[in-house]
Design a protein around this ligand. Sequence first.
Ligand code: DC
Length: 223
Amino acid sequence: MDGFSSCGKSTMAKQLAREIGYVYIDTGAMYRAVTLYAMRKGYIAADGNIDKKALEADIVNIMIMFVYNTEKQRLETYLNGECVEDEIRTLEVSSNVSPIATLGFVRQAMVDLQRLMGEAKGVILDGRDIGTVVFPDAELKVFVTADPEVRAQRRYDELISKGQKVSFEDVLHNVKERDRIDSTREISPLRQAEDAVVLDNSHMTREEQMAWLHGALAVATLE
Ligand code: DC
């Protein structure tokens, strides 16, 4: 499942995985964890400049895992043994993640890990390059899109509900800026795979989206 940021991909993918007994892999969380690591190590300067050499030399020391938290009933991202699920969702990480995700050595490391995680099949991944690069032979490819304002409102509501102090304008700017960087980067830009089905969920309820996905899955299984 690929698409623009804040389209609700992960919410849909998580629910679908639960309903059909698949394993969900949040590839955006992996790029976010690398970003958090780089921020903590001081590899990202205040002006956004990245010390690429230092990060590349250190990339082998970044261990990312997903662990299910039974109490919170959610899958959590671990960075070198530490749960960073909440920290990787801050606007600060969101503002730095797209430039980190343009780096070839970061993408290579993450794609290798994603292929390993999906080797045994029965997985749903969401990201930007899953259908085009990571698993070009996937049985079903969904490309998700929605109006930028609708996406920014969803992300804004989510951040506010978590107690973060953000303005709608900042969130909208971040959404548009990530769209721009993700779609225009040289390596594995966000684009719709030729054999992907498009889901524009700007004006769809959660139930309508899930019904749509189950329909798409049924068609893909028949083919
Ligand atoms: O889905 P998300 O917003 O959590 O993703 C965070 C960033 O990571 C997004 O701006 C682009 C990048 N990303 C990517 O380049 N490739 C992926 N497969 C997933 C995410």
